[in-house]
Design a protein around this ligand. Structure first.
Ligand code: 8GT
Ligand code: MN
Length: 439
């Protein structure tokens, strides 16, 4: 038997020279027919740095690419809804972490510098609630670049960051401060700021954006409880007025409709602020598709949003729906949104519609992202298998003709920065215009 310290030295040598990954790395590499980058398969969190460094033998160092390949479990769970095959590994190799456009940078769900990202994100959120759009965008871009950087940032490699896009002097000095102290002063000040706390709480309510939040704050309101009194809302209790949106579509864009949607968001906030696990997202999709089968046969769906990006928990469910008939699908999809929502309401699944739009209509609640697809932003209610109580969930239903189904799926997958840069890249590099409703 070896003395303890020998075992220790042996292990120490191993962990400094090898990439220590989970068995899934092997399984997935076999499936892809080549060794995959290690970043998504790090087995020991404390050795992430070493694992990423020692993975160079199998990583494409010329492009520095590392990519989150769906694990077996993820593939299994997405198979029910996703007809698309996995991304071709050769396409992934053309991506690079120092690319200018975020849509050309591979980025993992959880990056090696997650705590730094979280700290900078506080400042970004501060700019967001104050309506400082340009500054917010700078922070969003910086965060997106850091998220794609495949190494743990230390004082030894911080110089390398100068070569990355969108990291200006100010951000770099914040990163230095973070490395020294584990904090960024500006972020800490922000977190302690009462105005920031109020505005941040306000914008968690569906229908309240930064502008409305500041207006409410200027009226002297500070807490969500005060907002409840202001809007005369009782927690958990809503009236059914919004269903009238179904009958009078034109009213969907009025101020009254926005106020109504705020009231619903406020009344149901305790439920709507709960995140939704993947299994429940899938269950909701299956339920909705079953109901859709009663309205129109031959439809298919893909769950987009954070779910499609692999997030374990979602804030809402985004479902993109089309018809499988390539020739007649476009006709069959037209008007289907309203019919499905009506059916879901009758069956007791949809209690509220915050927004319902047909073709070529603006979306008031999310003005910067509107497209011309038929969509309904709904409140879905049910008692799903694993919980015994009734829960309210935000569900967005988006309808697309077969020929624009995949642009709709890509357009509704996010992240926000990916979507922004995808449009920019299409325009600046390809001379094209990308939109959820077509190219
Ligand atoms: P989450 O739901 O867990 O919070 O995360 P998410 O799924 O990434 O966020 P989301 O707010 O549900 O948005 C999903 C994606 O849809 C985002 O990328 C967003 O940019 C996009 N999106 C909207 N509204 C609209 C819209 O009206 N038109 C288009 N084309 N895209 C939109 O949020
Ligand atoms: Mn979503």
């Amino acid at each position: 038997m070896l003395p303890h310290y020998t075992v220790y030295l042996f292990q120490y040598h191993l962990q400094k020279t090898k990439a220590i990954v989970t068995p899934l790395w092997l399984q997935d590499s076999v499936k892809f027919g080549r060794p995959l980058p290690c970043s998504s398969y790090v087995a020991i969190h404390d050795l992430e740095d070493e694992t990423l460094q020692n993975c160079d033998t199998v990583q494409d160092t010329s492009s520095g690419s590392s990519f989150h390949f769906p694990s077996g479990a993820e593939k299994e769970s997405s198979r029910q809804t996703e007809p698309d095959e996995l991304i071709d590994a050769t396409e992934v190799e053309s991506l690079s972490y120092n690319a200018k456009y975020s849509c050309l940078r591979p980025s993992p769900l959880v990056c090696p510098n997650q705590s730094l990202v979280k700290e900078i994100d506080v400042i970004r959120r501060g700019r967001n609630v104050e309506g400082e759009e340009r500054s917010m965008l700078s922070y969003s871009r910086a965060i997106s670049v850091i998220k794609a950087y495949p190494h743990v940032i230390t004082e030894h490699n911080i110089q390398d960051l100068h070569a990355l896009p969108f990291l200006g002097e100010k951000i770099l000095s914040m990163i230095e401060e973070f490395l020294r102290t584990g904090r960024i002063t500006e972020a800490q000040k922000m977190l302690a700021d009462l105005r920031f706390q109020s505005l941040s709480a306000f914008i968690t309510i569906h229908g309240i954006g930064p502008h409305t939040a500041r207006r409410l704050y200027d009226l002297g309101l500070r807490t969500l409880e005060e907002l409840e009194r202001y809007y005369e809302v009782k927690p958990g209790v809503t009236d059914e007025e919004t269903m009238s949106l179904l009958d009078a579509e034109a009213s969907a864009n009025t101020e009254a409709a926005v106020e109504q949607s705020i009231k619903i968001g406020l009344a149901l906030r305790h439920d709507l602020s709960q995140t939704i696990p993947r299994e429940e997202v899938e269950e909701i999709n299956r339920t909705i598709m079953r109901e859709l089968g009663h309205v129109q046969k031959g439809c298919k769906s893909v769950i987009a949003g954070g779910y499609r990006r692999g997030k374990p928990q979602s804030n809402d469910v985004d479902i993109v729906i089309t018809h499988t008939d390539w020739n007649l699908g476009s006709q069959k999809v037209k008007g289907l949104c309203r019919k499905l929502v009506q059916r879901l309401h009758e069956q007791g699944f949809v209690t509220h519609v915050m927004h319902l739009s047909g073709f070529h209509e603006h979306n008031v609640l999310r003005t910067h992202h509107w497209d011309s697809l038929e969509k309904a932003l709904t409140v879905f209610v049910w008692r799903h298998n694993s919980s015994r109580r009734t829960v309210y969930r935000r569900v967005d239903l988006i309808f697309a003709a077969p020929e624009v189904f995949w642009t709709a799926v890509v357009g509704w997958t996010g992240s926000t920065m990916f979507e922004r840069d995808l449009r920019l890249w299409a325009k600046q590099q390809k001379g094209m215009k990308f939109d959820s409703s077509g190219m």
